[in-house]
Design a protein around this ligand. Structure first.
Ligand code: CMP
Length: 148
């Protein structure tokens, strides 16, 4: 089953948006299979944003993502990578559509609340970078008998 990597960035945590964001993914119908709350090391931040290392905003981006705790998650479901990108909205919260997470809660491109993998291959790389295999929970909500 398809999985994606989602991180609530330090600004999202500081603004107490974690519950709202998790609620949106749950009520949409996706399944949480990994969750941790952590201060990101410089090493992890640089590896995560490796594709942006030549960009002028790279140093600021690493500085920001390591500046406070982050909620790192793995969500599972059919088409979850593309659907999560839609739910998150455009990179710049000022142009992100209302109804999306960035469109509803943000105004600053450098403080855009949340990260979501941009493709299936990226998701696989990011999940492996942030989570050990044993930190991911293999479960299916509909196979839990007491819910029937
Ligand atoms: P994210 O989805 O985490 O992936 C790369 C991040 O780089 C992006 O969200 C933004 O937070 C950041 N970013 C992209 N463009 C800019 C920019 N022009 N200035 C500052 N940060 C940027």
């Amino acid at each position: 089953m398809e999985r994606t990597f989602i991180a609530i960035k330090p600004d999202g945590v500081q603004r107490k948006l974690a519950g709202e964001i998790i609620r949106r993914f749950e009520t949409k119908g996706f399944t949480l299979v990994g969750l941790k709350f952590l201060h990101v090391s410089r090493e992890l931040a640089e590896a995560h944003y490796d594709v942006h290392k030549e960009r002028p905003f790279f140093a600021g981006l690493v500085e920001f993502i390591t500046s406070g705790p982050v909620v790192a998650m793995v969500w599972e479901g059919e088409g979850v990578v593309a659907a999560a990108r839609k739910m998150i909205g455009a990179t710049n919260p000022l142009t992100a559509e209302p109804g999306t997470i960035r469109g509803d809660f943000g105004v600053n491109i450098g403080r855009n609340i949340i990260h979501g993998s941009d493709a299936i291959e990226t998701a696989q790389r990011e999940i492996a970078l942030w989570f050990k295999d044993e930190e991911l929970v293999n479960w299916q909500p509909h196979s839990m008998p007491w819910l029937h």
